[in-house]
Design a protein around this ligand. Structure first.
Ligand code: ZN
Ligand code: ZN
Length: 241
């Protein structure tokens, strides 16, 4: 199974999973044109995508979904709670528990966010972004993963001392906000015993830097592990499981 990251950050998210002829996009939080361009850079195209899985209805995850789904006739899979937050005008499929798309076994795992939001375990890969805390379920499933894309949104000190208004700082720091660098790295150190690689993403533009993510990760995570801090500006790939 191959993982490529089309976009990651508070300015847009999308991740491509390919396995023996089946391709999934998790989220499409950039315009159709931008996702087309980035997939082209990765050597593929929306023509090859069989399904879009949606984590939640914030625009940095959903911006291109309607257009892409209609233009390329790709069904959108999402939970009922997420569906009710969207205005999608395309073919949707509601899931409530684990399901399969060809040879991919998909387990939805709720994250802790200010709107209904889903992470996924897809075969041996996990993707968890937009979560204020590491939930019990995320903690339990991480030892089973060989690869993970995990939110590493902010440096707590940068956020507290930064220029955001108090209510926004509170929202990001809350249990239903976004995951800090420290909490992301701690999960990987404590639970990531079978991981071959970790992708740290969904970085904040104002409250984080690649350098600080790396410093925090290398301070906390003692085991040898391939890891990558995902660019907010361009696609990156490819990781093999
Ligand atoms: Zn987001
Ligand atoms: Zn969100």
């Amino acid at each position: 199974m191959q993982i490529s990251v089309v976009a990651s950050g508070s300015n847009g998210n999308s991740c491509l999973i390919e396995n023996k002829g089946t391709s999934l996009l998790i989220d499409a939080g950039k315009s159709c044109r931008e996702i087309e361009r980035r997939l082209n850079n990765l050597g593929t195209s929306l023509e090859n995508v069989n399904a879009i899985l949606l984590t939640h209805a914030h625009s940095d995850h959903i911006a291109g979904v309607d257009v892409i789904s209609r233009r390329y006739n790709i069904p959108v899979y999402l939970s009922k709670d997420v569906y009710e937050q969207t205005n999608l005008n395309t073919k949707t499929k509601i899931f409530s528990k684990s399901f399969k798309i060809n040879n991919l076994k998909i387990k939805p795992i709720q994250t802790s966010h200010d709107v209904p939001s889903t992470g996924f375990k897809i075969n041996d890969f996990g993707i968890f972004t937009d979560t204020g805390i590491i939930t019990k379920e995320i903690e339990k499933i991480t030892p089973k993963l060989k690869g993970i894309l995990l939110e590493s949104n902010h440096d707590i000190d940068m956020l507290i001392n930064g220029s955001y208004p108090a209510f926004l700082k509170q929202r990001i720091l809350s249990d239903r906000g976004h995951l800090s660098n420290i909490h992301a790295s701690e999960l990987i150190e404590k639970q990531g015993k079978n991981l071959n690689f970790a992708l740290l993403g969904h970085l904040s533009a104002n409250n984080n830097t690649v350098r600080i993510v790396k410093h925090t990760f290398e301070t906390i995570v003692k085991k040898k592990l391939n890891y990558n801090v995902l660019s907010r500006e361009k696609e990156s790939g490819v990781w093999d499981i």
